[in-house]
Design a protein around this ligand. Structure first.
Ligand code: NAD
Length: 475
């Protein structure tokens, strides 16, 4: 199978092609057009040409088309979920039941919201000020390989709904479901040129897109290193940078231990541990540390590693051989740094025949981790948990914040005052109390420090996808 770019509503062949591979089986799934400057220029030109008409449509009409795209995704959940699972290794239980249905919700939500964009008024004795929210223009949307379809739709839905046009570049490791999104957008009646897709590597396709002078806004999700590079190269543009994380999962000794255990296991091992908001630093109060560690490791050992197309599988393959090698190198490092390996490690999991060649790693738990160790400070982005003891509230906050990242955080305690104090003190864009990461589409999603800048979700998406204008009328 060949996958082409989508430019101005037409499939555009590549000068070159790259292969996308099933990380569970190593089967080549498709040859994908590899874009560069020429394709990026054509796609931006198409988006620019389509902008005035699309932006000028009445919001309810845009909303109708955007909602239709949501309907088409909802009607194709099993097919898209299977493609996503094959392309990126996220398990079918997640893609089929949560991630792809959530992608449809993104379109429903922003379709509704774009009809409700209102301004502000600031009347004074001499002037009436009011704000208008215009679309930003041509937007570059860049997506990583973990949960690719959900992340892409989280960008495409507000971008289009608010009247912008887009050039989407997916990760070269997981391009397939976005290609399907392009087809469905046309089927929904979204005009040619409104959503363009250029495939290719970051350097060849991503960089010319971000530096293109006609691109007004960049919504990027990916690593901190790449985010920094884009900000430096792109010059004056609007940015939303959703970057890496190493989020603290803080458990006090008065927490509901069973619920905390379930949530802690979920937040590090679901999505194969390839999750930006993973609770990868599990900070546990000393008085319950030994008990927690034993129970946590017992649960980790029971996790089913296997075929991502099997509904029972919790941990599937890592996205690529390169990423597998990176995750394994951190497991090696943990032992060298003096952490105690409670379970997992470098051994091979038992696997069904079909996926024996896959990029698998065992769910791994390190105890007695010092927060300054590299395994605690660096984003591993795999199913590797670090258990870190702490003394008291002050120590928990200090350790939680002793990190370059600030994406998500989790606090478990039955003490209401402490819950509020710690939530307020943790340096992160999000804090979940007695909860795993539960997403409300109105919430500001994003991080602080090296985890990024800007927020997306609800009215927060105005930051990148809308240009506010103040109109001041002399009275
Ligand atoms: P990555 O930074 O390597 O790549 C992300 C995207 O950027 C890909 O499409 C890639 O092709 C493109 N890219 C690479 N170099 C580029 C350049 N110079 N110019 C423009 N585009 C370029 O990240 P990844 O490995 O694909 O994804 C994993 C990372 O994403 C992790 O750090 C993870 O935490 C982060 N992430 C963050 C969030 C969030 O919401 N904060 C969500 C998911 C993933």
């Amino acid at each position: 199978m060949r996958v082409e770019h989508l430019i101005n509503g037409q499939p555009v062949t590549g000068k070159d092609y790259f292969e996308t591979v099933n990380p569970a089986t190593q089967d080549v799934l498709a040859e994908v057009a590899a874009g560069g400057e020429a394709e990026v220029h054509a796609a931006v030109a198409a988006a620019k040409a389509a902008f005035p008409k699309w932006a000028g449509l009445p919001a309810p009409e845009r909303a109708r088309l955007v909602r239709k795209l949501g309907d088409l995704i909802a009607a194709h959940v099993p097919e898209i979920a299977q493609t996503e699972t094959n392309d990126c290794g996220q398990v079918i239980a997640q893609t089929g039941k949560q991630l792809i249905p959530r992608a449809a919700d993104n379109f429903y939500y922003f379709a509704e919201m774009c009809t409700r964009v209102d301004g502000h008024t600031y009347p004074t004795a001499t002037h009436l000020n009011y704000t208008l929210f215009h679309p930003s223009g041509v937007c570059a949307l860049i997506s990583p390989w973990n949960v690719p379809f959900m992340t892409a739709t989280w960008k495409v839905a507000p971008c289009l709904a608010f009247g912008n046009t887009a050039v989407l570049k997916m990760s070269e490791l997981s391009p397939l479901t976005a290609a399907r999104l392009g087809e469905l957008a046309l089927q929904a009646g979204i005009p040619a040129g409104v959503l363009n897709i250029v495939h290719g590597t970051g350097r060849e396709a991503g960089e010319p897109l971000c530096t293109h002078p006609d691109v007004r806004a960049i919504s990027f999700t990916g690593s901190t290193v790449t985010g920094n590079r884009i900000v430096q190269a792109a010059g004056l543009k609007k940015f939303s940078m959703e970057l890496g994380g190493k989020s603290p999962f803080v458990i006090f000794d008065d927490a509901d231990l069973e619920r905390a255990l379930d949530a802690a296991v979920f937040m590090i091992f679901s999505n194969n541990g390839e999750r930006c908001t993973a609770g990868s630093r599990i900070l546990v109060q000393q008085s319950i540390y030994a008990d927690f560690a034993a129970k946590f490791a017992a649960r980790a050992q029971r996790i089913t590693v296997g075929d991502p197309l099997d509904e029972k599988t919790i941990v599937g393959p890592m996205i690529s051989k390169g990423h597998l090698a990176k995750v394994r190198s951190y497991i090696e490092l943990g032992s060298r740094e003096g952490a105690t390996l409670l379970c997992g490690g470098l051994g091979a999991p038992e696997l069904p025949e079909r996926v024996k060649g896959g990029n698998y790693v065992l769910p791994t738990v390190f105890a007695d981790v010092d927060n300054r160790m590299r395994i605690a400070q660096e984003e591993i982005f795999g199913p590797v948990a670090c258990l870190i003891p702490f003394k008291d509230e002050a120590d928990a906050i200090a350790k939680a914040n002793d990190i370059q990242y600030g994406l998500s955080s989790y606090v478990w305690t039955e003490n209401l005052g402490r819950a509020h104090r710690v939530a307020a003190s943790i340096e992160a864009g999000m804090c979940f109390v007695n909860s795993q990461n539960v997403r409300d589409l109105r919430q500001p999603f994003g991080g602080t420090k090296a985890s990024g800048t800007g927020r997306e979700g609800g009215t927060w998406s105005y930051e990148v996808f809308c240009e506010p204008k103040n109109v001041a009328i002399s009275l």
